[in-house]
Ligand binder design. Structure first.
Ligand code: TRP
Length: 333
C-alpha cells in the first residue's frame, strides 16, 4: 500500500533562501518524483496563537502559497490546501482534546518554554500571556495529521514531539474503540545547513535571512551586507570559512565553483566576490520570481489552487469524520 505523507507549513510571510534549499525544494522534489499520497498545507489557524493582524495573516498565506506554486509544486501530485478551508480539522481537534490527558499538554515543549520564560522574568502567574490556543497547539496539529490517515510526517527536529503526541492520541483512541486511526511516524527532514548573512543558521528570528523573492536590487543590497575582512583586492583569499564561498556553492554548478575557487586563490576583491554571489543566486531565482510576481498580482489563481486542494482534501476528511462520529459518538452520519 502506498503511504500518505503530510506536512504543514507556517504562514509567516515570504520564506527565505534557507527555507527554499532546506525544506521547500526537497519537499517539492519528493512529491514530484515519489509514489504515495502527499498533502502539503498552510497551517494558517496555527498562526492565530501569536498573530493579531488580519492583513498580516492573509498576506502571509498568499506569500507562502505563491512561493510553493512558483517553485514548481505539482498540485496534481500533492494536495495543496489551507487548514482554514477544512472545517473537519476543528471538529476532530475537539474529539482529540477529549482523549488526551491535560497533563500531556503541560509537558509539550512550546508550552513549557513559555512557562520557563515567565519564571525567568519573575512573573507570578506562570501562565501569563499564554492563550489556550497555544496550550492546545499540539492537539490542532494532531488533528491536521490524523484526519488524513497519515503514515509519515516529514518535520524538523523541533516538531518531533508534536508528532509523538499525535501518535499517542491515536493509540489511545485505537485502544478504546478499535483500529479507527492511522498511527503516524515522523521522518526527520533536516535539510542542508544554510548560513545566513552573519554566518549563523539562516533564520527569520536572527534577522540574517534573504527572502527568496526579493527584487534584484534588494537582493544585491543584502548580499553586500555580508561582512568581510580587510584583505586587499589582489590578495589571495581562503575559501575555507568564507561565508561568500559557502553560499556560492549552494547555488552554483560544479564548473562555476571551480572557477570561483581559482579566483579566490588568485586574488579577487570582495566587491567582485559579492557580485559573483549575487549573480548565481539571481540566476537560480529569476525564473521563479517572475512566476511569483504573476501569482501575487493574480491572487485568484492562488485562490483557485487552494480551493481545488481543499475539495480533494475534504473527500478524505469527510470519510474519516464519518468513521469517527460513528465509532466514538454512535452517530449515524
Ligand atoms: N507546527 C508546524 C511548524 O511549526 C507546522 C504544522 C502545523 C505541521 N500542523 C502540522 C507540521 C502538521 C506537520 C504536520 O512547523
Amino acid at each position: 500500500m502506498s503511504k500518505t505523507y503530510l506536512t504543514g507549513i507556517q504562514s509567516t510571510g515570504m520564506p527565505h533562501l534557507g527555507n527554499y534549499l532546506g525544506a521547500i525544494e526537497p519537499a517539492i522534489n519528493f512529491s514530484n518524483t515519489s509514489d504515495g499520497r502527499f498533502l502539503y498545507f498552510i497551517a494558517d489557524y496555527h498562526s492565530l496563537t501569536s498573530l493579531r493582524d488580519p492583513k498580516i495573516i492573509s498576506e502571509g498565506i498568499y506569500q507562502v502559497a505563491a512561493t510553493w506554486l512558483a517553485l514548481g509544486l505539482d498540485t496534481n501530485k500533492a494536495i495543496f490546501y489551507k487548514q482554514s478551508d477544512i472545517p473537519e480539522i476543528f471538529e476532530l481537534a475537539w474529539i482529540l482534546s477529549c482523549h488526551i490527558p491535560k497533563g500531556d499538554l503541560n509537558r509539550a515543549h512550546s508550552y513549557k518554554a513559555a512557562i520557563a520564560a515567565n519564571q525567568e522574568n519573575g512573573k507570578k502567574d506562570l501562565d501569563h500571556g499564554v492563550n489556550a490556543g497555544l496550550f492546545k497547539y499540539p492537539v490542532l496539529m494532531a488533528a491536521d495529521i490524523l484526519l488524513f490517515n497519515t503514515n509519515v510526517v516529514p518535520v524538523g527536529k523541533d516538531q518531533i514531539q508534536h508528532v509523538e503526541i499525535a501518535r499517542s492520541i491515536a493509540q489511545r483512541i485505537n485502544q478504546q474503540y478499535g483500529e479507527i486511526l492511522t498511527e503516524p511516524q515522523e521522518s526527520l527532514s533536516e535539510g542542508k545547513y544554510i548560513p545566513g548573512l552573519d554566518g549563523r543558521k539562516m533564520s527569520k528570528s536572527y534577522g540574517n535571512s534573504i527572502p527568496i523573492f526579493e527584487s534584484q536590487k534588494r537582493l544585491k543590497k543584502l548580499v553586500n551586507k555580508i561582512t568581510t575582512d580587510s584583505t586587499g583586492p589582489d590578495e589571495p583569499k581562503s575559501t575555507e570559512d568564507s561565508l561568500i564561498f559557502d553560499l556560492y556553492k549552494l547555488f552554483a554548478n560544479e564548473k562555476e565553483v571551480i572557477n570561483f575557487a581559482k579566483e579566490f586563490e588568485q586574488g579577487i576583491s570582495w566587491g567582485h566576490a559579492k557580485a559573483g554571489l549575487f549573480e548565481v543566486i539571481d540566476k537560480r531565482i529569476a525564473p521563479f520570481r517572475e512566476k511569483y510576481i504573476h501569482l501575487m498580482e493574480n491572487r485568484n489563481l492562488i485562490d483557485d489552487e487552494l480551493e481545488l486542494g481543499a475539495q480533494k482534501a475534504r473527500i478524505i476528511a469527510k470519510e474519516t469524520m464519518t468513521r469517527l462520529r460513528r465509532n466514538i459518538m454512535g452517530l449515524k452520519s
